[in-house]
Design a protein around this ligand. Sequence first.
Ligand code: 5AD
Ligand code: SF4
Length: 463
Amino acid sequence: MEPKFVDKNVIEESYAAIGRMREMLGGARPRYFIETYGCQMNEHDSETLAGMLELIGYVRTDDRREADFILFNTCCIRDHAEKRTFGNVGFIKEIKAENPALITAVCGCMMQQREVAKRLAARFPFVDMIFGTNELAVFPQMLERVMNGGRVFEIKEIDGEIPEGLPIKRNEGFSTFVNIMYGCNNFCSYCIVPYVRGRERSRRPEDIVEEVKKAVNEEGFTEVTLLGQNVNSYDGGIKFPELLRLVNEVEGLKRLRFMTSHPKDLSHELVMAMAECDKVCEHIHLPVQSGSNRILKLMNRRYTREHYLDLIRDLREHVPGVEITTDIIVGFPTETEEDLEDTLSLVHEVGFSAAYSFAYSVREGTVAARMEGQIPEEVKKERLARLNRVIMESANGANDKYMGAEGEILIEGMDKRGEPMMFGKLPSLKMVYVKGDESMIGKYYKVRVTGTRFNSLAGEIIS
Ligand code: 5AD
Ligand code: SF4
């Protein structure tokens, strides 16, 4: 199916609104504060919103107390994300009391759930703007309405369109994200994402390559992560392995990563593209969610434990040194001790270098929320603790093979606890600590691993 793009006229009208607000501000430089919850996709949306605010004339602040515009970009993947948002929005009441001109906004996945958004609007009447995940392109028009005294509540029910041509203000650093697709079609039975992010739609390869080139050549980034809920089902006229090969050719780019991959769609072609593209890092984030075939089926994941292990074999055979990271949920409805044991044994078998673990959280409107056999909270908690212990053992055990190994790290910063040490990641995402100073930040160095630390490595610089 052809993806729908946001109408060019709408984008033009947004730029016109930006121009009008710029004029209205008459050279003033108000400050904006954005707090983002949840995944990289939200971070990326926040960067686009920041890009528009900066064009209007706003400058960023990290202190919400001195802000003239406060935005919360929300997440709803698990229950506690929601609770935190309500708490934090509540706090702005005081700031607004001190500065009545302050504009406050709440957007993102949690607001895409109309009932939750209505609840928030009723409880916090001082919030000026509430909008969902499909309104990025019309943000300037909405803000203009607020500046003219209105209140905004915009949540489109229809599936999203692709907004091309919006400005972006990337977070600082050397590594950045480029979105290649939006939405998700998988409907894993526990997950709310397909309901708040809409159906899958892929950007055009030429738009993606252009954005990567711009990030590298004009903004100085050397590491790019291609982003999508399920990059393996990218279809922008070409498939994901081809896209990876295309982006790999961008001059000046040093490292290329991608996330997230779904095991049901991870093809041998992609494994070979990873093996053959020199810039693609030896790392893959491949959420397994459970090691039990019965639970995987209930989760609607559409692969088995055996298939997952086959993928790992294929990856390890063709991409030497590849590190695997994953996501795991415990306490899914009807999960037994035996199911949990299957998950724990899978963690041992694969030897993940890192795993994000979650207790199952009931999401209203999903299939799993209606399943019988919900697991009591304290059982979930206890299982999560057991899983975390096994993950830790597995991650530490995977460190020994690095002794004496050589590789390149991108220095990210200085750890000032104890003796100051510089740190940076290998392509596999393993963190290495070396001696040095802050002039090294943002540069690449060849290192030899001389020791293992808790969850990371120690090394010396060779060149
Ligand atoms: N409960 C717990 N964890 C969840 N995730 C997604 N939905 C839920 C839920 N309802 C986890 C999955 C996913 C990660 C981003 O969040 O492991 O991969
Ligand atoms: Fe959620 Fe599954 Fe889509 Fe990931 S693949 S966003 S877990 S529905």
